[in-house]
Design a protein around this ligand. Structure first.
Ligand code: B12
Ligand code: SF4
Length: 472
């Protein structure tokens, strides 16, 4: 084993977000850790909140890599500032810094842009020798004269050669701490305006061989598995053939969940295989019930198709978590229309996000001039961060909060039991509790939105509702 010691840390925030109750780590750092380990480097992985002494101990490593999202970037920068003061070199990567390398280089030594699976190992090999990585693709750093060096991005990695994420390299977990996550593909052929997946991983849909997936599934087949793909059914022919192989090779998990395009649920053969392989719930980006908004986002599906697809999924005993986004051009009643639609079509659980222009996305370029602020902590989809055209930011925020409260009301929870989808009572109750917590935590933010008002008289209308909402 090589003597050069590396730690990889995922920045975590203790703020409430829509998935706070889910323990589902991103797989990037665990994948990079696995690459290093296979190449003879000792690498420790930290994916949960760390104690103060664990943080201090990071200064003893030769190199620390930190990953984060936009909403956890402050935690990442704070940790990096601390470690650099102690003389430890820090590399950062992930969907935020990949597109904000100059901001990040005020806090760290190197930024790896895009996929880090191969580049991180190459960087470690260079730094270990005390050399400068000037020829290495996909990295950014500051030159001696303080100018920025941005090397060009490398071609996409050969995903079938990327090892499985290895969470056992984390001293913080044992095997039962996190649900098994299997990622069978990378990239997405679509190009939705608000999504970082295509800017980060490209539109080329790359996947692992059936053999590799089966190998990963076999040891965990008695458990509930989460397929971490962005779009499990982006290539329906391949998804069907993989599921047939799972059945044939006896590698069907206890249950599974995953993300997919809603329109894929018009394919009956696909649904039959999903049911047979025990798919329990799918996470689908429906995004809007307004055809114009769908068009703006670059979505391929239509509102009518969605309705049929939800019915099809339910016919096959598959639950659906509908993900929706309200944008700056929407009317303040957009959230109400979404919830009306979700209730009418009997979608099991939903999230209504406010359009959040993440760095690197088309939405970021399109909305740059109407951003309310760039306090990244609030870039998590739950907070309105873009100035709406047709109402105040406050009105839009309260419309979303009130409609989410309507969907997750206690009355609807108590009457939501469905045979074969009994779990949804628990999930909706979770949604209700989460929302209450979020409202309490964010009352100041909500109040502050009044300052950003483009008042059109509608604020007052929502004042009473806010007070009621804030009081839980
Ligand atoms: C699984 C997932 C989740 C899980 C777990 C997230 C978590 N624990 O942080 C759940 C469902 C809980 C979740 C929640 C959220 N997520 Co999420 N999620 C994903 C998803 C679908 C897959 C993540 C993954 O495993 N990717 C595959 C691996 C290989 O990629 P990766 O981890 O980014 O790592 C690669 C590179 O980024 C890079 N890299 C990453 N870190 C580092 C570090 C170093 C040192 C180096 C060198 C390289 C490097 O190298 C890796 C290998 O190539 C992604 C989309 C995506 N495909 O990435 C969205 C994504 C990460 N989520 C996103 C967001 C916004 C959120 C939420 C804020 C809101 C939401 N959309 O639900 C919440 C908040 C989570 C939080 N922690 O606060 C955005 C992030 C955009 C941004 N700029 O912040 C993404 C990109 C989707 C999108 N909408 O564009 N999410
Ligand atoms: S939102 Fe989903 S379908 Fe659209 S680009 Fe991102 S991963 Fe692909």
């Amino acid at each position: 084993m090589n003597k050069y010691r590396v730690a990889l840390v995922e920045a975590v925030s203790d703020l409430t977000h829509v998935y706070s109750r889910t323990c589902l780590p991103r797989v990037g750092l665990a994948t990079i850790a696995s690459v290093l380990n296979k190449n003879g480097y000792k690498c420790d992985l930290w994916i949960k909140p760390m104690t103060d002494s664990e943080k201090k101990n990071l200064a003893n490593y030769d190199l620390v890599g930190i990953g984060s999202l936009s909403n956890t970037i402050n935690e990442a920068y704070n940790l990096s500032d601390y470690l650099r003061k102690k003389g430890t070199k820090v590399v950062m990567g992930g969907p935020h810094v990949s597109f904000m390398p100059e901001e990040a280089l005020n806090h760290c030594d190197y930024v790896i842009k895009g996929e880090g699976d191969e580049t991180f190992l190459s960087l470690v090999k260079i730094l270990e020798k005390g050399a400068i990585p000037n020829g290495l693709k996909s990295i950014s750093y500051k030159n001696k004269d303080n100018t920025f060096q941005h090397n060009e991005i490398h071609d996409v990695v050969n995903f079938s050669e990327v090892p499985s994420p290895d969470f056992t390299l984390s001293p913080q977990i044992n095997n039962n701490d996190i649900p098994p996550i299997v990622v069978t593909s990378r990239g997405c052929p679509h190009d939705c305006s608000f999504c970082s997946v295509t800017p980060l991983f490209g539109r080329k849909y790359r996947f692992k061989s059936h053999e590799q997936v089966i190998e990963e599934l076999r040891p965990i087949q008695h458990k509930s598995v989460c397929f971490g793909d962005d779009n499990f059914c982006a290539n329906p022919k391949r998804a069907k053939s993989l599921m047939r192989e799972m059945i044939k090779r006896d590698a069907v998990p206890l249950r599974w969940s995953g993300q997919m395009c809603v329109s894929a649920a018009s394919d009956n053969e696909l649904l039959e295989l999903m049911e047979e392989t025990r798919c329990r719930i799918v996470y689908v980006g429906i995004e809007s019930v307004d055809p114009e908004t769908l068009n703006r986002y670059g979505k391929a599906h239509t509102v009518d198709v969605v309705k049929q697809c939800v019915e099809n999924l339910h016919k096959h005993n598959i639950g659906i978590h509908g993900m929706f986004v309200v944008d700056s051009k929407d009317n303040p009643d957009a959230a109400k229309n979404i919830v009306d639609y979700a209730i009418e079509t009997d979608i099991d659980t939903i999230q209504v996000f406010s359009l959040t222009p993440f760095p690197g996305t088309r939405a970021y370029e399109e909305n740059r001039d109407i951003l309310l602020h760039n306090q990244w902590t609030q870039y998590d989809g739950m907070h309105v961060v873009v100035k709406p055209e047709k109402c105040s930011a406050y009105t839009m925020q309260m419309a979303i909060v009130n409609q989410m409260k309507r969907f997750y009301s206690l009355k609807r929870i108590l009457t939501s039991y469905r045979k074969k989808r009994g779990w949804r009572v628990k999930y909706r109750l979770g949604g209700n509790l989460l929302l209450r917590k979020w409202i309490k935590e964010n009352s100041e933010y909500i109040e502050s939105l009044k300052e950003h008002s483009v008042t059109n008289g509608s604020v007052n209308m929502f004042m009473k509702k806010t007070k009621r909402a804030l009081n839980g």
